[in-house]
Design a protein around this ligand. Sequence first.
Ligand code: UD1
Length: 430
Amino acid sequence: MDRIRLVGGNRLRGELPISGAKNATLPLMIASLLTDQRLTLSNVPRLADVVQLQRILVNHGVGVSLEGRRRGETGMGGQRISFHAADIVDTTAPYELVSKMRASFWVIGPLLAREGVARVSLPGGCAIGTRPVDFYLKGLEALGAEISIDAGYVQALAPGGRLRGGLVRFPKVSVGATHVVMMAATLAQGQTRIENAAREPEVGDLARCLVAMGAKITGIDTDILTIEGVDRLGGATHEVLPDRIETGTYAIATAMTGGDVLLRGARRDLLATALDVLALTGTTITEEPGGVRVARNGNAIHPVDVETEAFPGFPTDLQAQYMALMTRSSGTANIRETIFENRFMHVAELARFGADIRVEGQNASVTGVSELIGAEVMATDLRASVSLVIAGLAARGETIVNRIYHLDRGFDRLEAKLAGCGAEIERLTG
Ligand code: UD1
């Protein structure tokens, strides 16, 4: 099993390219199921989750073709991939495929909307708390679907073969449920209104792509989406927006090492809250024509409390990385996780570096220590894993991160990007 070895102490300096967003790419790929025409995505990151989702789509009959590198694209550029679901050959998404990645459950929306029937295994994914699918199912029921659960599978049927528009009000913001109901509504008969919709930029990115495919959606980027169903959608070409979580992760890594890095292609507006928090910790954030520059030159890291929230709040997907930064602050910071119940698994691993963290329920109190010491640690989930890399970059001596398949799910060429900015980091294979 691959591991990462790093030796801490180097300040990150230079330029680091930001990839396309994983959390936008996955629903965009799934949207290809809505049409018999070709959907071409550019700026697609090179990630294990993208490969896994391709397998799932192929199983439903989607033709996937990787297009050659375009002129002028650097080695760090994204991929251009076409998805063509001329015919849906199977409306079942089996356990073996869905259990590997939670987002693959989302195929239920397009399959049901286009074929009138879907049978999808209940999902797996990161072990960050019970992640139910009740909002998805209630949302689809509001669109007329008949739903039953049988032997670990959700069986969904649209009476008469077509969903109809309806009113969906989510009790709590859910990114995935918003994606699914929005996709399903594009082909329903009549109008759908989604209230308390997720406003995460990846939802807006999907909505814009759906509009390019011929969908009628208004209220994009707000918490009320109105979708006028159409009879069919066509093909489109769409560029995936930059990854705000990757941006925030490398911004924190730069702050952690006291470095100075231009995050090329990053957009500040996609993570204004997190970057504002980082500025309060003593990091300088500047927008430049090519991206966002992050620098911390000699300042202490000030402790700043945060609470995770749905967009535009501080993202839960940056909580672990931020906690790593706070382990070196000049005081005590309180971090409150409000989105997931069990998202402090990195705490025990950060403690191996000598971090001082106390957890009580959904709150973690992090008191900065004068030094972290390199350790052998284990990646537990996608974002938690990268918090260990961040700690290792600032720790004295060698760190080994085990089980890095979690990192490969969500971070495009992490070692190469960090090494390109001066980190001493390598992948040990086998
Ligand atoms: C997406 C992101 C993930 C991010 C999360 C929150 C992708 C691929 N994943 O996950 O990286 O951490 O948003 O920003 O985009 N919930 C229910 N019932 C449901 C659905 C959700 O109770 O039917 C709860 C969840 O348990 C959680 C909260 O709602 O407490 C938010 O989850 P949700 O936004 O749905 O997360 P995902 O879409 O799975």
